[in-house]
Design a protein around this ligand. Structure first.
Ligand code: C2E
Ligand code: CA
Ligand code: CA
Length: 549
């Protein structure tokens, strides 16, 4: 199939028959020039090498030798004198020698040209063919789409489908590369039987694209469903007879509705696939809403970069109230950007995805330590908790930064608290364990944030050096229901028996405060006491007797 594909390409570049007649014409023209110039005793017969050499490059052996023979006859003794002015004929020997020289030259150059073409063709194939699947690569797909669009008539339309073999990396890693490769090839072979070979492309290691001429997006959707159905059961067994299941996700775009050039269509195809993967749907047909989300995210990325560069982030502080003494036991620092378009959770998620969350975390630590110093100077003694992202636990750079900044500013590390979510701990349990001990050694306190959302086992908490556990708002919200009530009461007891102080998050109502107090909960944070506040407002509301600067 691939051979056919490239043969077709070569056919496209083969000169048309018309050009061959130009060669014949050029032979007559050169013949005329030689005659005008005075015959074969002049230098002009050498001009005949031009059509001979060019035809050798453009045609096969037969045609180029035909050109050489015609050139030889055009300069033969029957047509061309040795000296036109003096009327001297050529002797037969010289033109009969010239003819085989022309033919030989033509044959040698044709053979050399063919070798050169073969080498160039091989290089071209390498550039266009995926070595594992044997399918054309993305570069060929882009060319074909553009060509298809150029050739298309008004009424022509196409659907493009992309399939991503989502668990390919997993199979490579945990079952083995051989199984990964054979399952990929099996998937490609099922696809080529299903869709027909000519329309398949491998655009990356585990993604294939299919062009479906004369298909509406909904036709492609139905075909996609039928194709995915073939993968509902294992498609092969590995050498240990382990069944191998392939998980495929699919995106669809339509020409001309979704774009008029290859790059736009491929970009939107990627966005449709991205949505399928994000939302765990089997197939997503592209629509403009998807692009809008992508454009919004892009704008948000720019906003975040700009805000970091121009120091536009600031912190607000939400108090945590000790339920027994009614005093502020500490505050949580929460990130804010003066933008209505992007909320803190989105900022954090995007910064994590684009790999710049560490810059934000450092910035928050810096601002929190500065604020702590400022409050100390004003006579306000409290603790500040900062949120640490799961990505910050990959290595010790954040911990080292915090240590350095806290020591350089002469702040008591015990007044700084790191809030680390339960999910972040589970995701990094091995590195996190060491890191938590390092944090503890510096003297920084540790809170387990969003407790109850990470499917953690309570046993896991036993050997982690945690000071506080923050019970997620979800459990506070479900406290009125008897099961939720008993669960929360039990969890608070267990955590306290393990020596942790318990904080309830997202407390909004008085009844919740009363119930939590009755359950023995230590600290409460939530809108009931206060929303997150600017440092000035916090000082004003919770430390009214302190002198203002
Ligand atoms: P979180 O760490 O669980 O923070 C608590 C969130 O709940 C805050 O939202 C807070 O304003 C909100 N909240 C507090 N009390 C109540 C209440 O009574 N009712 C309701 N409905 N909400 C309440 P915020 O500030 O929008 O932050 C959302 C999330 O964004 C945070 O959840 C945290 O995961 C993340 N985040 C915020 N600032 C930072 C930061 O500086 N670094 C990192 N890594 N994440 C941050
Ligand atoms: Ca938090
Ligand atoms: Ca929380």
């Amino acid at each position: 199939m691939i051979e056919k594909l490239f043969d077709n390409d070569l056919k496209k570049v083969k000169p048309k028959k018309m050009i061959f007649f130009f060669f014949i014409l050029s032979i007559f023209l050169i013949d005329y020039i030689v005659y005008i110039a005075g015959g074969t005793h002049t230098v002009y017969p050498h001009l005949m090498y031009i059509p001979i050499i060019l035809s050798s490059f453009l045609y096969g052996l037969k045609r180029s030798i035909l050109v050489a023979i015609l050139a030889g006859f055009a300069l033969s003794t029957f047509i061309m004198p040795l000296n036109v002015q003096l009327g001297i004929k050529q002797d037969s020997f010289s033109w009969m020698l010239r003819l085989p020289i022309f033919i030989g030259t033509s044959a040698i150059i044709t053979l050399l040209a063919q070798r050169l073409k073969a080498a160039v063709g091989l290089e071209r194939k390498k550039a266009y063919i995926n070595p594992v699947t044997g399918l054309p690569k993305k570069s060929k797909l882009l060319l074909d789409i553009d060509e298809m669009i150029e050739d298309s008539q008004q009424e022509n339309h196409y659907a493009l489908m992309i399939f991503h073999y989502e668990n390919h990396d997993f199979i490579n890693r945990y079952i083995g590369y051989e199984t990964g490769k054979s399952s990929l090839l099996r998937m490609v072979s099922i696809a080529s039987n299903f869709f027909g070979n000519d329309q398949l492309y491998s655009i990356s290691e585990n993604k294939i694209v299919i062009i479906l001429p004369n298909h509406e997006a909904k036709d492609a959707y139905e075909k996609g469903l039928a194709f995915l159905h073939k993968f509902h059961k294992p498609i092969l067994s590995d050498s240990n007879l382990l069944p191998v299941n392939i998980i495929l996700k699919c995106g669809i775009v339509h020409f001309p509705s979704d774009g008029n050039d290859a790059n736009t269509l491929i970009q939107k195809l990627g966005r449709a696939l991205g949505k399928a993967e994000q939302q765990n749907e089997d197939i997503v047909v592209y629509n403009n809403e998807i692009s809008k989300t992508c454009i919004d995210t892009y704008a948000n990325i720019l906003t975040i970069h700009y805000a970091i560069e121009h120091d536009m982030f600031h912190l607000v502080y939400q108090p945590k109230i000790n339920i027994h003494t009614n005093e502020v036991s500490g505050v949580e620092a929460l990130l804010r950007l003066n933008s209505i378009k992007i909320n803190p959770a989105q900022i954090v998620k995007i910064a994590e995805d684009i790999g710049i969350i560490d810059q934000i975390t450092k910035l928050v630590i810096k601002k929190a330590v500065d604020q702590l110093k400022k409050w100390q100077n004003e006579g306000i003694h409290t603790k500040i908790a900062v949120n640490i992202s799961s990505k910050d636990l990959k290595d010790d750079s954040i911990v080292n930064f915090a240590k350095q900044y806290i020591y350089a500013n002469n702040v008591d590390p015990g007044l700084i608290e790191f809030e680390i979510t339960e999910r972040a701990l589970i995701e990094n349990l091995d590195t996190a364990r060491d890191l938590l001990h390092k944090i503890k050694d510096i003297g920084i306190k540790i809170s387990l944030d969003d407790f109850g959302t990470g499917y953690n086992s309570l046993l896991n908490l036993l050997d982690l050096p945690l000071d506080y556990v923050k019970i997620d708002k979800y459990f506070v919200d479900h406290m009125s229901d008897p099961k939720g009530h008993n669960f929360l009461k039990g969890v608070i007891k267990i955590l306290q028996n393990l020596g942790r102080e318990v904080i309830a998050e997202g407390v909004e109502e008085k009844e919740q405060v009363d119930t939590l107090r009755a359950m023995g909960c230590d600290i409460i944070q939530g809108y009931y006491f206060s929303k997150p506040l600017s440092p000035e407002k916090l000082a004003e509301q919770f430390y009214p007797s302190m002198p203002k600067n």
